[in-house]
Design a protein around this ligand. Structure first.
Ligand code: TYM
Length: 348
């Protein structure tokens, strides 16, 4: 069965971008067709300036929203990254396979490091090595597919490269994963600045629709979206990025495709109105279920505990195999380990 792994980082409130680019497919498609794991990747939230209590709160909220979006713990494994030691264990080994140059070429590193420096802050070393930890998240489960939005494809490419390099040097250990992205809304743009991604970690703003925004707030944000000069509704990401973004959001929320929808509208106002309502309708059941789940925090905790147990069981043998393959001496636990050591000695 295909193994799927993906995650969200608790650095801010989850957005419509997270939902349309990733979460919705996990709930509607991936958990039914694959052996799927979904993870709140809290260690990644420590790579930038953070407040401990906020990370804890956002981690819990992200897990709750993932369940609210339709993940079913009977069908998939939902857990928190820091509850499974294997991620950090494997990350170090992969740091010994990745190169400094490779890390510095990552677009998100360059952008985030520049932003941090502009603010006069310092750049954490973990921000540079972040994609290696992400590769560890993926490779620890022998993942085949990683359903993500467009902004993560370079990181998944790196995970591929590291898997291939590790396997080539130390023997076949990892499955080589590939990214999958949705047909529309793989990159939802900021409504006030359609040249940049709608991102949860950026400052809050009227251009970002959060999954927990009240319907009237959603309507206001969409109605005030920046559109382009010109009047007729055409789908062209290059010359009409604002309108294209609205068409993609509408297509993703109501079905249909952005080119065809462009032909239906005669004014930007009508497009915005329908897009706003479509978003409100898509978020309604998620918000409803989120309210119910918030009333039962013990349930969410139980799901995460069981998820971590299952995840640990899956990751441990893979990471142990990587430790042995790369040349680390097995901890001498009983006869099995001694025999294995003898066999390994003979083989090398
Ligand atoms: P994160 O938390 O930034 O985003 C979670 C998922 O949402 C997608 N996404 C978007 N899709 C479309 N339009 C947008 N505006 C938009 N914003 C976010 C992201 O592509 C992602 O799929 N590094 C990852 C988390 C991670 C991970 C992993 C993912 C850590 N380890 C292993 C997959 C596998 C991140 O920061 O995602």
């Amino acid at each position: 069965m295909t193994r799927v792994f993906s995650g969200v980082k608790p650095t801010g409130h989850l957005t419509l971008g997270n939902y349309l680019g990733a979460m919705r497919r996990w709930a509607e498609v991936d958990q039914y067709r694959a052996d799927a794991l979904f993870c709140v990747v809290d260690l990644h939230a420590l790579t930038v300036d953070h407040a401990p209590a906020r990370v804890r709160r956002l981690s819990r909220q992200a897990a709750t929203l993932l369940l609210a979006s339709g993940l079913d713990p009977e069908r998939c494994t939902l857990f928190v990254q820091s509850h499974v030691d294997e991620h950090a264990r494997l990350s170090y080994l992969l740091e010994c396979v990745a190169t400094d140059g490779e890390m510095r070429r990552m677009i998100q590193y360059k952008e985030k490091a520049a932003r941090e420096q502009r603010r006069g802050g310092s750049v954490r070393l973990s921000l540079l090595t972040y994609p290696v930890l992400m590769a560890a998240d993926i490779l620890a489960y022998r993942t085949d597919e990683v359903p993500v939005g467009d902004d993560q494809t370079q990181h998944v490419e790196l995970a591929r490269d590291l898997a291939v390099r590790f396997n080539h040097r130390y023997g076949h250990t990892f499955t080589v994963p590939r990214a999958t992205s949705p047909a529309v809304a793989a990159r939802v743009m900021n409504l006030q600045d359609p040249a940049s991604k709608m991102g949860k970690s950026e400052d809050t703003g009227p251009g970002i629709v959060y999954l927990l925004d009240e319907p009237d707030v959603v309507r206001k944000k969409v109605m005030r979206a920046v559109t382009d000069s010109g009047r007729e509704v055409v789908y062209d990401r290059e010359s009409r990025p604002g309108v294209a973004n609205l068409l993609e959001i509408l297509a993703a929320c109501s079905g249909g495709n952005p080119e065809e929808l462009a032909g239906v509208y005669e004014s930007y106002g009508a497009l915005k109105k329908d897009a706003a309502e479509a978003v409100v309708e898509v978020l309604r059941p998620v918000q409803q279920r989120h309210r119910e789940l918030c009333a039962d925090p013990g349930y969410v905790e139980g799901v995460l505990r069981e998820g971590a147990r299952r995840a640990r069981e899956m990751a441990r043998p893979v990471v142990d195999a990587a430790y042995r393959a790369i040349g680390l001496l097995p901890a001498g636990a009983g006869e099995g380990a001694a025999e294995e050591a003898v066999a390994l000695n003979a083989a090398r």
